[in-house]
Design a binder for this molecule. Structure first.
Ligand code: FES
Length: 122
């Protein structure tokens, strides 16, 4: 039997996501990166594990991962795990960063897609 005391929280309308398919939302759980990946909603903690860029200002890449706007590290939005280390000047260190700072996955939060919006459950 569902707990009627738990009210879902509306996070963002799908039409407000823009081309990157992700945005920043302030919630009672802190600042989250909220978006759509492959048509499925997600919400993860907003700070990149590398140098703390705002992931909600990044984009959902063609592989469905959330890409950091600063050095393009990528995260699996289902698990929060870093799937690719930082690129550009940091690329030689990408594996090291992924295995150290990236080993601490982003926090993930339960969300649903309903009435054209993403809702935080619980
Ligand atoms: S701050 Fe995110 S990859 Fe560097």
């Amino acid at each position: 039997m569902p707990d009627s005391t738990i009210t879902p929280t509306r996070l963002v309308g799908v039409e407000d996501l823009g081309d990157g398919q992700v945005t920043v939302v302030e919630t009672q759980h802190g600042t989250l990166a909220v978006g759509l990946s492959g048509g499925e909603p997600f919400a993860v903690s907003n700070r990149c594990r590398h140098l703390f860029a705002s992931l909600g200002q990044g984009r959902v890449a063609e592989d469905g991962c959330l890409e950091c706007p600063w050095h393009a590290a990528r995260y699996d939005v289902r698990t929060g795990a870093m799937t690719r280390g930082p690129q550009g000047a940091f690329k030689p260190l990408a594996g090291l960063v992924k295995s150290t700072t990236g080993a601490r996955a982003l926090k993930t939060f339960p969300v649903v897609l309903r009435d054209g919006a993403i809702w935080l459950e619980g």
